[in-house]
Design a protein around this ligand. Structure first.
Ligand code: GLU
Length: 312
């Protein structure tokens, strides 16, 4: 990959570098606290760095003010990150270069299909429930069509990886996902491209995040291969869901974290991550909880599950 990595010496040992990459579509809630805490503790306990990246690449989904609210909450909860925050909205040139590299290698192709055509194209469903792209433009835009989006042509192969908690994982990209979008019809770069370009640019060696992204990992591994970027190791933490099995989010009305009293939510997040914090810490403040967590964190105590229902 042609990006300058923060550690450009290819012979230097790859130290641990993790990250938390929130999307500023709303304030932090308990689910995002779990991801931030798990990724930070794993990085710190392995003597690593921990970076924060603001994933504000999706302009229509970015809520004004949410990014600063998230950063303020992280500070209130005692998180300290290394280096400046990387803002995806400042990285469009790098995403453009990566897309150009994929276009030049004829791995990316232009697509002129509308949503309706894709939905009615008989491609079935992809793992995330959206209509799977039926491949209409894969071998060239049909005559008279305008380019709307750019897609990655994915092969009919299994992508395998070892998740640090869930063990061996495997997905057939073509059958389970289909040719996915890199540059959307509204002119926005897709999350899958931005995340891969930035994980490489920031020299991320370990991605620890919620299991809602497990199905995206094979796409990201494949993109890394296409861009000759190193593959980080992956750990997917259990996702906190409500009784209906829905991920906590703004849409499911997950309450924002209380910045004025971080102790109780930090304690619950440690318990959710299987760390069994002692009962006497249930009323402790964040300084005491962090001291305990940094001394006791064990990744292998985290339940190896895709989701856990939070009691109402
Ligand atoms: N920005 C993504 C989210 O908030 C997370 C991306 C990642 O950790 O790879 O869901």
């Amino acid at each position: 990959m042609s990006y300058e990595l923060p550690n450009p010496d290819p012979c230097a040992p790859r130290h641990y570098r993790g990250r938390f990459a929130p999307s500023p579509s709303g304030p932090l809630h308990f689910g995002s606290l779990v991801a931030a805490l798990g990724s930070c503790l794993e990085a710190r306990c392995r003597g690593g760095e921990w970076l924060v990246r603001m994933e504000d690449v999706d302009a229509p989904r970015t809520v004004p003010g949410a990014a600063s609210t998230i950063l303020r909450s992280l500070e209130a909860y005692g998180f300290a990150w290394d280096g400046p925050v990387l803002w995806q909205s400042q990285r469009l040139a790098a995403y453009g270069e990566a897309l150009a590299q994929l276009q030049a290698a004829e791995l990316a192709y232009p697509c002129g299909c509308s949503r309706k055509e894709i939905a009615e194209g008989g491609g079935g469903r992809s793992v995330d429930g959206a209509p799977r792209y039926p491949g209409i433009c894969r071998h060239g835009l049909p005559p008279g069509r305008q380019v709307r989006a750019w897609r990655l042509a994915v092969p009919d192969i299994e992508v395998d990886f070892e998740d640090g908690l869930l063990g061996p994982c495997r997905q057939n990209l073509q059958q389970n996902v289909g040719d996915f979008v890199l540059l959307r019809a509204d002119g926005q770069y897709a999350y899958q491209l931005a995340v891969v370009v930035d994980d490489a640019f920031q020299g991320i060696t370990h991605v620890v995040r919620g299991a809602d992204l497990l199905d995206s990992t094979p796409r990201q591994l494949w993109l890394q291969d296409c861009l000759a970027a190193p593959r980080p190791a992956y750990v997917h933490l259990p996702l906190a869901t409500n009784e209906a099995g829905e991920k906590l989010s703004k849409q499911t009305r997950a309450p924002a974290l209380d910045d004025a009293d971080p102790g109780p939510a930090l304690y619950r997040a440690l318990a959710f991550l299987g760390q069994e914090p002692p009962l006497e810490l249930s009323r402790a403040g964040q300084v005491e909880l962090w001291a305990w967590a940094l001394a006791h964190w064990q990744l292998d105590k985290v339940p190896a599950r895709r989701s856990i229902v939070l009691p109402a």
